[in-house]
Design a protein around this ligand. Structure first.
Ligand code: HEC
Length: 205
C-alpha cells in the first residue's frame, strides 16, 4: 500500500517535472504557422464549442428581419469583419492565410444567430477573433448578426449594393473623433476628414 503511494507520488512529481522542463526550455512551438497536435486541437475545440453553446443558449433572439437593421449590419460587416471572414466570390485576403485557427468564410458557412451574437460580442481567446462588444452596443452587434444570417447565398453584386446603401455609422464617427462622444444631432460631420476641416474652421474663429 505504502509502496504504491510512493510510486504514485514519484510518478506525479516526474510528470510535473517533465512538463516544467518542456515548457521552461521552450520546446512548445507557439508559432501560428505550425498546426496544433491533433489531441490539442480536439480538446481546445471541444472546450470552445461547449463554452459558446452554453452561453449562446441563454440569449434571447430579437426580430432580425428589419431591412434597415440588415443594411446597418452590412456596413458594419464591410468595415470590421470582411478582411478575416470574406465576402461573396472573394477567395482570400491579405490577413487570412496567416491566421490560425482560420476564420470561417461567413459568406458560405452559416452559423446559428445566437452563436454569431455571442462570438461577435465577446470574441474568442487566443484566436484573433476580437470582442466587438467592448466598443459597440448590443444593437450594433444585432445588426451585424442580422446581416451575417443573410450573407451566405448573396451574390457579389448584391453584397456590394447592400454595403453601399448602408447608413453612415455614428459609432465609428465618434471613434474617429477620439473623444468617445456621440456626434451631436443635426449638422453632423460624416467623415474623419470633414471633422478635421470643421475643427480647423473652429480654431480660426
Ligand atoms: C482579425 C481577424 C478577425 C476579424 C476582423 C473578425 N474575426 Fe471572427 N473570427 C476570427 C477567427 C480567427 C475565428 C476562428 C476562431 C476559432 O475557430 O476558434 C473567428 C470566428 C468567428 C465566428 C465563428 C464562431 C464559431 O462558432 O465557430 C463568427 C460567427 C465570427 N468570427 C464573426 C465575426 C464578425 C461578425 C466579425 C466582425 C464584426 C468578425 N468575426 C471579425 C477572426 C476575425
Amino acid at each position: 500500500m505504502t509502496r504504491r503511494l510512493v510510486v504514485a507520488v514519484l510518478s506525479a512529481v516526474a510528470l510535473f517535472g517533465g512538463i516544467l522542463f518542456y515548457v521552461g526550455y521552450g520546446f512548445y512551438d507557439v508559432g501560428a504557422d505550425t498546426p496544433h497536435w491533433e489531441i490539442t486541437r480536439k480538446v481546445m475545440e471541444t472546450v470552445r464549442n461547449r463554452s459558446i453553446a452554453v452561453r449562446a443558449s441563454r440569449i434571447e433572439l430579437p426580430d432580425l428581419q428589419d431591412e434597415q437593421l440588415v443594411l446597418k449590419g452590412a456596413g458594419q460587416y464591410a468595415a470590421m469583419c470582411v478582411n478575416c471572414h470574406l465576402a461573396p466570390e472573394q477567395t482570400d485576403s491579405e490577413i487570412r492565410p496567416g491566421l490560425y485557427p482560420k476564420p470561417p468564410n461567413l459568406s458560405e458557412q452559416r452559423f446559428d444567430p445566437k452563436t454569431v451574437f455571442w462570438v461577435t460580442k465577446h470574441g474568442l481567446k487566443m484566436s484573433g477573433m476580437p470582442a466587438w462588444g467592448l466598443g459597440h452596443d448590443d444593437e450594433a452587434i444585432w445588426s451585424i448578426v442580422a446581416f451575417v444570417t443573410k450573407l451566405p447565398g448573396l451574390s457579389a453584386e448584391h453584397y456590394k449594393d447592400m454595403v453601399a446603401r448602408a447608413p453612415p455609422d455614428k459609432e465609428m464617427e465618434s471613434m474617429d473623433k477620439g473623444d468617445g462622444k456621440k456626434p451631436e444631432k443635426g449638422g453632423k460631420p460624416t467623415t474623419a476628414m470633414q471633422m478635421q476641416t470643421e475643427q480647423k474652421g473652429e480654431h480660426k474663429h
